[in-house]
Design a binder for this molecule. Structure first.
Ligand SMILES: [Mg+2]
Ligand SMILES: [Zn+2]
Length: 174
């Protein structure tokens, strides 16, 4: 069984543009604190879970999305950080799929692919959907604060101002 950290992509590893969809290189900006994840390398395996309805809306080219992921993975790799797998939901809400966060499909797939200890795993994200998902699948959660999305009366384990603070909290609560 492995301990894992499921990390949201847009707004957590990447800056989220006001338009919300990262569909051109001018909207692609890697957050400057991704290096902090390296502190958790010896204890956890990393995954990315991402809603990308832009793909099925026709606003985001699959190939462009794949290229942005390549760039992100290589930036993380420069800090020695390996992502085991990226799980993406391309569906729009109307398709009523079972993988669009806060639905559990992406995590269900990951637990089929890997032996994951849910109780010792975390979800880090900047939207309520990330926190609700963690609740449903029995994982701990950290909400990353931003101007764009508010946490309301949802209860993550911790609210962090950035990824480094999230990592700090996890190292203290291993
Ligand atoms: Mg996000
Ligand atoms: Zn989906």
């Amino acid at each position: 069984m492995i301990q894992t950290i499921f990390i949201d992509r847009d707004g957590t590893l990447l800056d989220e543009p006001i338009t919300e969809i990262i569909n051109s290189w001018d909207k692609f900006k890697i957050k400057n604190d991704i290096h902090c994840l390296a502190k958790l390398l010896s204890e956890y395996k990393f995954f990315i879970i991402s809603n990308q309805e832009g793909i099925n809306e026709g606003k985001l080219e699959q190939e462009f999305y794949d290229n942005t992921n390549k760039k992100l993975l290589s930036a993380l790799g420069e800090h020695g950080i390996k992502i085991e797998q990226i799980y993406t939901c391309p569906h729009v809400m109307e398709e009523n799929c079972d993988c669009r966060k806060p639905k559990t499909g992406l995590i269900e797939q990951a637990t089929k692919d890997f032996q994951i200890d849910r109780q010792k795993s975390w979800i880090i994200g900047d939207r309520i959907s990330d926190i609700k998902l963690a609740e449903t699948v029995g994982m701990k959660s950290i909400f990353i604060q931003s101007e764009l999305h508010k946490i309301g009366d949802n209860k993550p384990n911790f609210v962090a101002v950035n990824l480094c603070e999230a990592v700090e909290y996890i190292t203290k609560n291993l």
